[in-house]
Design a protein around this ligand. Sequence first.
Ligand SMILES: [Zn+2]
Length: 838
Amino acid sequence: MGSYDITGPAADVNMMGYANTEQIASGIHFRLKSRAFIVAEPNGKRVVFVNLDACMASQLVNIKVLERLKARYGDLYNENNVAISGIHTHAGPGGYLQYVVYIVTSLGFVRQSFDVIVDGIEKSIVEAHNNLHPGKIYVNKGDLLDAGVNRSPSAYLNNPAEERSKYKYNVDKEMTLVKFVDDESGPVGSFNWFATHGTSMSRTNSLISGDNKGAAARFMEDWAEKNGLPKQTGVASSDDLGFLHMTSVLPRRVSTIIPEPDEITDDLMQLASSYEASGGRRLEGSNITRRIRSSQENNAKFVSAFCQSNCGDVSPNVLGTFCIDTHLPCDFNHSTCNGKNELCYGRGPGYPNEFESTRIIGNRQFLKAVDLFNSASEEIQGKIDYRHTYLDFSQLKVSVSTSTGGPQVVKTCPAAMGFAFAAGTTDGPGAFDFKQGDDKPAILPIQIVRIGQLVILCVPGEFTTMAGRRLRDAVKNVLISGSNGEFGTNIHVVLAGLTNTYSQYVTTFEEYQIQRYEGASTLYGPHTLSAYIQEFQKLATAMVENKEVPTNIQPPDMLEKQIGLLPGVMYDSTPPGVHFGDVSSDVAANSNFRKGSTVNATFYSACPRNDLLTEGTFALVEKLNGNDWIPVYDDDDWSLQFKWSRPSKFSPRSFATLEWTIPEDAASGVYRLRHSGASKPLIGSIKHFTVTINANSLIQHKYGENFFLLTVTPPKSKSQQASLLPDPTIKELILGFHLEKRLRANFEQCLYQDFFDGRAAVGDLLSVCASGRGGAKQGASGGKAGRREGGFNEVKSPIAGTGVPVVAVCCSSLPASPTWTVWMKGGGPGSGWRVDLG
Ligand SMILES: [Zn+2]
């Protein structure tokens, strides 16, 4: 296993995915990684699979990575046995693909984006190569129900009824996980494949993020580190997991807010106020920016990747689509609002907070992966093998059967886009504009990687749910029927989407006819999927017959032809008398903070493109321990955000804001923030700087004395509920399942359990849902956004506008008599507040 930082430029560069020219990176939520595994037979074949925290793989990146691997290892690694797959985050820097159509919004090719990805992939593979040890691999799979919904259900419905009846859901719910166990040191990592789009973060986000899959990987690697993996057995008890579920990820969990003794003492306050901000200081190099994770090198590394699959029509915005003007559900067939597509948006489970949606969808994948990891018992056995070829998709002949069942030869078409392409999806309207550039990918790689009974189909695009099912089934049939028993029913076929290069979407023939976004973005015409199936069947046949597959064509290497229009950093400056790193806005003196509150400070800074601080950090939270400051959180942590800004577009001045949301598992004590960066003078070389700020403000403690517990039973009717107004002094409330463990089994059926599992202010409308599994019914709106948009009163709830929080639970089955526990802050004992079980 191996991994390496590929975060890239955190300023000025357009983000890849939504093709929104205004979505420019300006900071980091958490870092992007390349994660790799290598599996090798002793003295036999080997395969490399790389999972990239990027929107998609890039042909040009592959070409350059393979050149470097050839220079290092000769023919050991090549295009046939290396697969590089993107997770489809829409929050990473763009400009690293070679076709103009995909980089036009990033002002062309961005060398810095490209280089950091190529470097990171190479380093992660080198690390995996150096870490190769004898070990075992296990495979496991299971359903994850609440992390994806179909975003083009009307297109899905055009598939034959008989075919649809074979499946319980209109998206694939299955996650397949492989667990790697070193014979000596125990578990060293896992990779899994699961289909859901990386669009939990919206098209207006500007912080670099791995979206839900990057978050899941971050959570799982942190979990492993916390549990002492890989040193110990590699099996976390459910208690450990429960602890993590509640505490390590974000403050918005309930179980840990039960009051604890207040640990803040006058001594501690005095100690804190004795420290002052250091002011900006010059550094000789960037060593001080080493991150906390890289300083823990005595721990063997645990690598966990969450890979993309047939996510073409799968949205993580599981609450459904709503019109931003009326808050009503969008038109089913066209995803429009009064005919306008630009008003229709999907809502994630943390709506209206996109970070929260990302965390929830990431957390769900993470928890399922841990579950599969802990219970994996089927050992992978058998050969390692692979087949790879390039195809010219602009003119492939495909045999299909006609409606009467007879054979017919058709052709794919040169890349073209349908009209609906411009309309975009409910995860973000608008996308690449083909008029801007006429070079399009035509030569595409397809690849099968086999590791025993696990077969990975590497496709260079976004297959829809049904397209992925057809391809997997077709290959499975060839492998089982042609292999003389080598493959049995225990074969696991997964589809790795967005792998090796990118050519947009692949729908079924029937979905293509509907011409929703995915159909309109299926580049090579209605028979594109049939062409894939036919060609993958050839690869599979070659594999079972032990024959080689000739490749007569190669994709173009267009590196020399790339044009970058993004200007470099001219220079950085500060006002007279101010140093780089000096504090512009400090934390208030003598303040103390609670878990869940946000601490921030702003510094005079410089453009992050001067030094990407790869494997380093722009932000640190340090804790006082005796006389030492120990780094405890860095810019790869969920809780710490690095936000960068300029006062105006061409200003040489800039600011860095560090924003730390204090996690539940942070210990009480004295903390400080540290920012590091590098500035570019008008003349001379780039200089590094760092600063620490005023420690005296950063004491924090648990939720305090104002909390009490109140148990309520659900009211029988809505009118009864409406008559029970809350105590007007209540300022904050937290809802959740008490006795969570006892009831958890029942709530597995609950699709949207997370969004009343957080904190809200009185008046926040958490959600209005239909009972049953169908999802939100009407005008659901986060209270804050609802009020801001004036939408709160429009919600047709019996208690709308009264300032009463409305909570509903979308469950297919509820426990017979649930006990709800409600925490309220500031209210007196006995103040009534009820939960509507609607
Ligand atoms: Zn997509």
